[in-house]
Design a protein around this ligand. Sequence first.
Ligand code: KIV
Ligand code: NA
Length: 270
Amino acid sequence: MPTVRDVREKAGTEPITMLTAYDAPTAGIVDRAGVDVILVGDSVGNTTLGYETTLPVSVDQMASHVNAVSRATEDALVVADMPFLSFGVNEKESLENAGRMLKEEGAEAVKLESGPHTVDLTEKMVQLGIPVMAHLGLTPQHVNQYGGFPRQGTDEESARAIVDLAQAHEDAGAFSLVLEHVPSNVAAQVTEAIDIPTIGIGAGPDCDGQVLVFHDAVGLSEWSPSFSKQFGNVREEMESAVEGYVEAVEGESFPAEEHSYEQSDLDRIY
Ligand code: KIV
Ligand code: NA
């Protein structure tokens, strides 16, 4: 059963594997495949709840998905992503929202989209016993600030800022750091600069681990970013299953005899 300590210790020895999951069946698949960390991402907003961005996702929605994933997971470390404005507005609320994911929903750590405003908060959470995964580079909760989802750390100054913030979050006690959509050499530099594991998405091969969104990895998303890779084509499989069902019902080949039964002593009912 990987703990935050195991994840830290795996860094630099073997690549850390992380995937998102949002419900019991997918968490079961990810867990049984031996993935180290399951992130219940606020990407649930895009992948599962039909929103265009992650911003509308609520704490209650996250809690429900974290709970389902935790119940279905035996081995992997379950990390709950904290949704937009559930942290950082005020400390009390931030700690209660994050604490709830451990106390009531079965997560073992939380992830915060990080910045200068999460250094002290990370430290406080860690002091209270809430392990924190930091997240730098592209932080999708800033979509309105960015005006899209652009790569980050593309000039000297912004790359420097990422390295500095990575160090600040390591010092604050974060147990790992997601790096999203940054140049490979910047991710390599961050990985070099800190001791806690870096887990990359669109951040090249030199991180200590990799993460992808489940729906992108299995080929269920209608669209996925160019930095992700489809390792299957689940969408096609689902489409053909559903088409097959419709055809069979309309063509009256389903249900067949083996899907039906008769009451052998029907007479006795009357
Ligand atoms: O919400 C999410 O899925 C994430 C990962 C892409 C890191 O934050
Ligand atoms: Na997220």
